[in-house]
Design a binder for this molecule. Structure first.
Ligand code: BJW
Ligand code: ZN
Length: 252
């Protein structure tokens, strides 16, 4: 089938489905200028996940970890949602049973107009108590890259006296069970599952399209490259999220 026929066919399935779930990864924000993790220019090529994205790293060197997150806040604060984010926000208004799940921490889906987004790995614009007393703080969307303490200032401290840390799920940490539960239920209930711009390597998120497939959903992969999900996908669309999602949305 030609790409146009595949898109026509998929759009018809989406229109007739009672429930649709989409899960995005860093690839959807790549065209907004936000670096991915594992590509040729990915963050893990230059930075060590073990030094920056684990609770042990934060305990060892919270300054370094906050510096890295402030730098990323700067990039994300200057980025704009792209046509892929906008198309997914329109999916939500066109498809009544649509659930958007994201692994991204950048908040670009919400800035494009999506609501009720299930953020599996947290959000870079929030900080929470590192000791776990329950305090959560919004951090400023400051394009200068200044973090919650403002620029290079002292590290942010919780009223309980512990440090605040980025509200992000690091390696080895459990996902918030409310978000993991909602995402699993959406995967089990949907008739079409779209996996968009994710390397499908990081669990438990990478298991969601497989859950959906086992429950009978049509699994669709949208990615510029092959991933471990590719052999399990029913439909593979090779191309960019910002190119393919508007083309799909135009057919809904
Ligand atoms: C495009 C495109 C375009 C490009 N259009 N496409 C061994 C050691 C340590 C841990 C483990 C281990 N084995 C298993 C684990 C568990 C671990 C895991 O899965 N690790 C694997 C890597 C092996 N998982 C965890 O630790 C999770 N927690 C857990 O399992 O808890 C268990 C537990 C239970 C009970 C109690 C306690 C514990 C947590 C995982 C958290 C992940 N966190 C991060 C955040 C890091 C920092 C940050 O953001 O600040 O989440 S890691 C990073 O990877 C980030 C992402 O959300 C996640 C997924 O990456 P994603 O989105 O797929 O991006 P990329 O870069 O990998 O891929 C981009 C894709 O886009 C590519 O395919 C491109 O081709 C494509 N693309 N441009 C379309 N324009
Ligand atoms: Zn606290």
């Amino acid at each position: 089938m030609t790409d146009a026929r595949v898109l026509d066919d998929l759009a018809a399935r989406l229109r007739s489905a009672r429930a649709v779930a989409a899960m995005t990864g860093a690839g959807i924000s790549a065209e907004s200028g936000v670096p991915t993790f594992r590509g040729a220019d990915g963050l893990w090529r230059t930075y060590s996940a073990a030094d920056l994205a684990t609770p042990e790293a934060f305990a060892r060197d919270p300054d370094l970890v906050w510096q890295w997150y402030r730098w990323r806040q700067g990039i994300i604060g200057r980025a704009q949602p792209n046509a892929g984010h906008v198309a997914l926000a329109r999916f939500q208004s066109r498809l009544p049973g649509f659930t958007l799940i994201t692994q991204n921490v950048d908040g670009l889906h919400q800035r494009a107009g999506s609501t009720d987004v299930i953020e599996l790995h947290g959000n870079i614009w929030r900080a929470r108590c590192a000791r776990g007393c329950g305090v959560v703080r919004e951090t400023r969307a400051d394009p200068s890259g200044a973090g919650p303490a403002g620029g290079e200032g002292p590290l942010p401290v919780c009223p309980c006296g512990a440090l605040l840390r980025p509200d992000i799920v690091w390696f080895g940490e459990a996902l918030d069970p409310r978000h993991a539960g909602a995402a699993t239920r959406a995967a089990e209930a949907c008739e079409v599952f779209l996996a968009i711009g994710t390397s499908a390597l990081v669990y438990p998120a990478a298991g969601l399209p497989l859950v959906a497939g086992r429950a009978g959903a049509v699994v669709v992969e949208i990615n510029v490259d092959d991933t471990p999900l590719t052999p399990h996908a029913d439909i593979v669309l090779r191309g960019t999220a910002a190119g393919l999602l508007p083309a799909l949305e135009a057919r809904l």
